[in-house]
Design a protein around this ligand. Structure first.
Ligand code: C2E
Ligand code: MG
Ligand code: MG
Ligand code: MG
Length: 288
């Protein structure tokens, strides 16, 4: 799938499958060296308290700046890195980077990292997170770990134990892309979670589609009933923002507040009085 975000330098690529396979093989062969050469970096997308408009956190999103292919989307390289196990090396790198970045922000601003199912099951996730926290000195609760429902397709005891070990580490646990998976609500309620992130597809459709609006409303009720903080992803305009505030959704993330951007710009935003007037004007220089 070719991806293009307003002049930010994503390259479209030929969708023919032979070319795509060739490209995948190339990326796979080059990703290890690319990490050593510093071609991977993180951008951070603002997360905002809807009531006050204040910055409360930022989600770390990986980017690969390839010397000849240009900017490569995580939607493309994460899948490859999952199949060859390289995702665990990428994880070590990004946990360290994200924790370090957060220590340069005020203490009320958290940083969120994404964990793929492969990372969660393979690799030494706990040790990697513990190391990143120790090296940076970041308070564990300021590290938010985003997991997805797809991890729970198999309801294994091991999984549950890992999740509890994460909880014991003191990090904050968020369930990402909520509403797109197949997990049962009773199972969700048995997990040690702190936050729910509603998938951006529901937010996108909410304004024009009453069904999507009903789903958002139901998820809000569910989250609050379970004592979880609700985060809405993909907030792109003021109308969505107003509707979500009316539904008493706590936090928002999306282009309306700001695009993914370098860590030092997050520091600048943390001083802003409110990001509710729309982040686009402030962050026009955002990279993606
Ligand atoms: P995600 O965790 O659901 O991240 C949100 C994605 O939505 C990001 O895309 C973000 O740029 C995009 N987004 C945010 N606000 C808006 C908006 O208002 N409108 C629209 N249309 N899109 C918005 P991105 O950065 O391309 O990341 C895609 C996915 O790649 C992420 O989805 C996450 O699952 C994965 N990913 C990114 N970085 C990492 C990482 O370091 N580790 C792992 N395991 N996965 C990662
Ligand atoms: Mg995420
Ligand atoms: Mg998400
Ligand atoms: Mg998503």
């Amino acid at each position: 799938e070719a991806k293009r975000v307003g002049g930010s330098g994503w390259r479209a690529y030929d969708p023919s499958s032979a070319l795509r396979r060739a490209r995948s093989r190339l990326l796979e062969a080059e990703m290890r060296g690319a990490l050593e050469q510093g071609q991977f970096f993180l951008l951070y997308q603002p997360q905002v308290a809807l009531k006050s408009g204040r910055l409360v956190g930022a989600e770390a999103l990986l980017r690969w700046q390839h010397p000849t292919l240009g900017m490569i989307s995580p939607a493309e390289f994460i899948g490859i890195a999952e199949t060859n196990g390289f995702i665990c090396d990428l994880g070590q790198f990004m946990f360290k980077e994200a924790c370090k970045a957060a220590t340069s922000w005020p203490a009320h601003v958290s940083v969120a990292v994404n964990i793929s199912p492969v990372q969660f099951l393979r690799g030494d996730l706990l040790a990697d997170l513990r190391a990143a926290l120790a090296v940076s000195g970041l308070a564990p609760h300021r590290l938010h770990v985003e997991i997805t429902e797809s991890m729970f397709l198999e309801k294994s005891e091991e999984l549950f134990e890992k999740l509890n070990a994460l909880r014991d580490l003191g990090v904050t646990i968020a369930l990402d892309d909520f509403g797109t998976g197949y997990s049962s609500l009773s199972y969700i309620s048995s997990l040690p979670l702190d936050k729910l992130k509603i998938d951006q597809s529901f937010i996108r459709d909410m304004v024009s589609d009453p069904a999507a609006q009903t789903i958002v409303q139901s998820i809000t009720t569910l989250a609050h009933g379970l004592g979880l903080t609700l985060v809405c992803e993909g907030v792109e305009n003021a109308l969505q923002c107003e509707m979500l505030t009316a539904l008493r959704c706590e936090e928002g993330q999306g282009y309306f507040f700001g695009r993914p951007q370098p860590a030092r710009q997050i520091l600048a935003l943390s001083a802003a009085h409110s990001l509710l007037s729309g982040g686009e004007a402030i962050t026009a220089g955002g990279l993606a």
